[in-house]
Structure formats: structure tokens, C-alpha cells
Design a binder for this molecule. Structure first.
Ligand code: SF4
Length: 224
């Protein structure tokens, strides 16, 4: 019987099962993270400016998807032209391609950051240059067209999203599921809540990951 999969990337899912051997339960219980603003409908899509590395399978599936569903993407208001994957010249890794942000989109992010400078601390204006480009799948309102497509097709909202998108900022390091050493609030400029316990703020991500690797990760965090 074929194995149940939760995303469009069955081999990437299978690899993940082997990759996670331990869980940094204590860090998830004790540390705090900013919560993704998508939940509070305050999303500007700012983190979609960060580079997103993808597996070979993700690159192939997504490249096929934009061709097979070109008319559906267009109906959603997303006209994707050109390659959706590029090879990073520095490390030869596959990444999601980017497009230029419109002035209006960029303006919204900068306005938001300036308004929140008291929470974020001194702003380095050079940092804004990071936001001038965004992922090729990003909609103009900051939402993700892959997520919209999945919902339209009655699938889980992360079905077509690369793992590195929905699992951010979870990190897998030497067989250990953990948090990055430093989670910069500048990476979550839309976030309203910067001080939520990690197991709680990342509950949706941990629970979805648990389904994929067939473990009750939240329970392991609490009872280990
Ligand atoms: S695929 Fe979606 S979530 Fe991932 S970077 Fe692109 S727009 Fe953002």
C-alpha cells in the first residue's frame, strides 16, 4: 500500500524522517519566538524576501506545477513568467527565484517597520534593501500563491509549499530538531507578538512536521 503523504514532495518527506533523530525539547519549552503574523492577518510577506533553498524534488514539482496550472495561477492573479528555480552561484544550491517588489509593496513594509521601531530597536536603513526582491510565488498582498492554490484544491494549506517555507524558523542541525541560535525580530517585522513560548508559537509547524515524521512532537517536547 502506498505511504500516505502530506505534501506534494514524497521523497523530501521520507528524508525528513531520517533527518530528525532528537528534539531539543528544553529549548522549545524555555525559549520564546515571534509569532508569524499570517495568523493575525497582519502579514506583509516580508520573510518571503529571505532565500529559500529547495530540494531537487521540490524544484521539479514546482516547475511542473506552474506549467500544468498556469491558467489557475492566472485566475488567482498570478502570472508567473520564466523559471521558478535558480541556482545560487555561490554555493550551487537550488533556490526559489525572486521578482522585484512593487513600490507599493515595499512602501508598506518600510512604513510598518518605521512604525514599529520602538519594538524592533534602532533601524538600519541598509536592511531595507533586503526587501526589494521577493519570492516569485508571492502575491502582491504578501500572501503565498502556493498556499492559495492548495486551499483552492481542498488540500492542506502547506501542501505545495517548500519545507523551508513553512518550517521556518525551525531548524534541523546534526539530527536535532531545534531553534536557530538567534531569531532576529527583523526577520518577522510583521509580527505583533514577540514573546510567545516556542512550543506554543510554533505549534502548527511542530504538529504538521510530527504528522510527516510520524511522531507526536508536541508530546515529546512536554514529556521528555
Ligand atoms: S513559496 Fe510562498 S511562503 Fe515560500 S517564500 Fe515563496 S511566497 Fe513565501
Amino acid at each position: 500500500m502506498p505511504q500516505q503523504t502530506f505534501t506534494a514532495f514524497s521523497s523530501t518527506e521520507a528524508n525528513l524522517k531520517d533527518l530528525i533523530r532528537h528534539i531539543d525539547a528544553e529549548r522549545f519549552r524555555k525559549e520564546h519566538v515571534p509569532v508569524c503574523s499570517f495568523l493575525s492577518k497582519n502579514c506583509l510577506g516580508a520573510c518571503c524576501s529571505l532565500p529559500v533553498a529547495v530540494t531537487q524534488e521540490e524544484a521539479e514539482v514546482l516547475s511542473r506545477l506552474v506549467k500544468d496550472r498556469a491558467d489557475v495561477f492566472r485566475k488567482m492573479g498570478k502570472n508567473i513568467r520564466g523559471a521558478v528555480i535558480r541556482i545560487d552561484s555561490r554555493n550551487k544550491r537550488r533556490r526559489l527565484a525572486k521578482r522585484k517588489r512593487s513600490f507599493r509593496e515595499l512602501n508598506k513594509i518600510i512604513y510598518n517597520l518605521i512604525n514599529k521601531k520602538n519594538e524592533l530597536g534602532p533601524l538600519d536603513f541598509r536592511f531595507f534593501s533586503r526587501f526589494t526582491r521577493t519570492c516569485v510565488f508571492a502575491m502582491h498582498d504578501g500572501s503565498c500563491s502556493l498556499q492559495l492554490l492548495a486551499k483552492r484544491e481542498g488540500l492542506h494549506k502547506w501542501y505545495y509549499k517548500p519545507f523551508n517555507c513553512w518550517k521556518y524558523p525551525l531548524s534541523i542541525d546534526k539530527g536535532r530538531l531545534t531553534l536557530p541560535e538567534k531569531i532576529s525580530s527583523m526577520h518577522f517585522p510583521c509580527s505583533k507578538d514577540k514573546n510567545t513560548p516556542a512550543y506554543q508559537g510554533l505549534q502548527e509547524e511542530l504538529s504538521f512536521l510530527g504528522k510527516i515524521v510520524n511522531r507526536d512532537i508536541l508530546k515529546e517536547i512536554w514529556f521528555s
